[in-house]
Design a protein around this ligand. Structure first.
Ligand code: C5P
Length: 292
């Protein structure tokens, strides 16, 4: 399966296969993964009338910097965690896709500063993306698996789901809400960091929303706490805290190289193993707080 035309030339550090330390990995990600969002001046969008709906500035120029941030995975293990208050105490909170807060405040909190959504959620009839109030809180950021080449024209002509059509429709209905689209290059730069640091061959598909959102927050915040991405003692086959559906693949990955993403995050964790065990909590430093 190589739907996106991945051409992996082998590790950047050719010949060197020793395992990088946590700080070395953090530096690689800081230096080699660029957070870029689409702006109206980028081709081929610049020639299209709706390009003016895109935010004129980069997300990193518009938002933050925040001191403390929480990344809330949607894992079933958040259920009965009682983490709501701790999560809400952060300056900014990112949630993913269709993850609700209403009715789940005790475990996941109620603050939503950003919501990262994939194009599948934007397009699927089940999620009522255009009309549901779930998406109206906070800043929206969307993504769709682009080609490995990260060529915007190629992507525009062949998205996985109709991200641009849905973006335009949403913007017409909710003009005031900030709404960014990630440049697909970021997905693949991050994918390369994962593959370069694994001995095994990983899935040739982009990383999960959870990891994309974590790296986005590392560029906006001084400290990032990620909840239940690395599962705690509450680990369960329940896919999401908000749905009665079980599948271990939600936690370990099938389409996404999720197991490898988690391995990488574990290696970068500055917090204790106890924090993972009890809170499913990982501590990552923001990119501005360390030099490479
Ligand atoms: O399923 P969904 O992509 O909406 O979930 C948001 C993110 O939370 C995932 O992209 C993944 O990174 C993380 N997640 C997880 N374990 C689960 C469910 C979600 O790590 N069981």
């Amino acid at each position: 399966m190589n739907k996106y035309g991945v051409r992996y030339p082998g590790p950047e550090s050719a010949g060197r296969r020793s395992k990088l330390s946590g700080p070395e990995l953090l530096c690689q990600i800081k230096e080699m993964v660029q957070i870029v969002t689409l702006t109206p001046d980028m081709e081929p969008f610049s020639a299209l009338p709706w390009a003016s709906q895109l935010p004129p500035r980069q997300i990193t120029a518009d938002i933050g910097p925040f001191k403390t941030c929480a990344v809330v995975s949607s894992a079933g293990s958040l259920k009965n965690s009682g983490l709501g208050k701790e999560i809400d105490a952060h300056d900014a909170v990112i949630r993913f896709n269709a993850a609700p807060t209403t009715g789940f405040e005790k475990d996941v909190g109620s603050k939503t500063t950003l919501r990262l959504i994939n194009s599948q959620v934007m397009a699927s009839e089940d999620h009522h993306f255009l009309s549901s109030s779930l998406y109206s809180a906070g800043i929206l950021v969307s993504w769709d698996p682009g080609p490995y080449s990260s060529d915007l024209r190629e992507w525009f002509n062949k998205t996985d789901y109709p991200i641009f059509k849905q973006y335009q429709r949403y913007r017409r209905l909710h003009r005031q809400q900030p709404f960014y689209i990630l440049h697909p290059r970021m997905e693949w730069q991050l994918w390369q960091r994962i593959q370069d640091n694994m001995v095994e061959t990983i899935q040739k598909n982009p990383p999960s929303s959870g990891l994309l959102g974590t790296v986005l927050m590392m560029s906006l915040c001084e400290v990032v706490h990620v909840y239940e991405f690395l599962p705690s003692r509450r680990k369960t086959e329940l896919c999401h805290y908000y749905q009665r559906f079980s599948d271990a693949a939600c936690t370990l990955g099938a389409y996404h190289p999720l197991l490898y993403e988690k391995n990488l995050v574990k290696r970068m964790n500055k917090g204790s193993d106890r924090d993972i065990y009890t809170h499913g909590k990982v501590t990552l430093p923001g990119f501005t707080t360390f030099n490479c």
